[in-house]
Design a binder for this molecule. Sequence first.
Ligand SMILES: C[S@@+](CC[C@H](N)C(=O)[O-])C[C@H]1O[C@@H](n2cnc3c(N)ncnc32)[C@H](O)[C@@H]1O
Length: 219
Amino acid sequence: MNSPGERLGVFVESMEIPNPPWLQQMEQEALAERVPVIRPRTQGLIKFFLELCRPMRILEVGTGTGFSALLMDAFSPEGAGIVTIEKDPARAEAARAGFAARGAGERIVLLEGDAAEILPSLEGPFDLVFMDAAKGQYIRFLPEVLRLLPEGGLLISDNILREEEILSSRYAVRRRDRTIHKRMRAYLRELTGRADLQTLLLESGDGTAVTVKKKDDRQ
Ligand SMILES: C[S@@+](CC[C@H](N)C(=O)[O-])C[C@H]1O[C@@H](n2cnc3c(N)ncnc32)[C@H](O)[C@@H]1O
């Protein structure tokens, strides 16, 4: 029997507007092959902010095999473009093939390599940045991401609660995960503590942070 929280999650997910069948199939195949893809609640959240903010330039850090980029492409306004970064060559190749197969190769540009090296070479502004790469690296990517984000721009960071591990004391976390744990806490402190950012931390999915770079128009 699932916990009340899990049952509520299933109930809420059942109310989400469904993805097109080809995207549903892609998600099922990815899950069957244990390829990481964003969870349904994160999908719903991204779709909501795509509609609210209508971003024309989107940056994704962590393409995987391209599911989330194709989802953003499908729900973006006409004329929008996506730049997505992936360092794993096999995943990058699979993503490129998927973009071409969906006729999205012109709208989605995949940059293959380590985001730490690629981000400094990019020119902004990007209206929306979706952070979904190695969780221990978010804090390292943040200065470049904020450089690329205009005032009023949106940063969505996924998997911030790390299956609730973020709650645990560092001594309760497995030794090999302690660095990620420490860096993710530092990242959340940065997102929530900086005067130039406004952040909402959401518990749904695996935890998602939604951050707006504030407009500097207050006296
Ligand atoms: C959770 S998966 C992305 C899933 C994808 N956003 C989706 O929902 O379809 C994270 C991806 O980030 C990539 N990654 C991790 N660290 C990276 C880095 N430093 N630079 C670029 N890609 C990175 C991994 O290879 C992996 O494919």
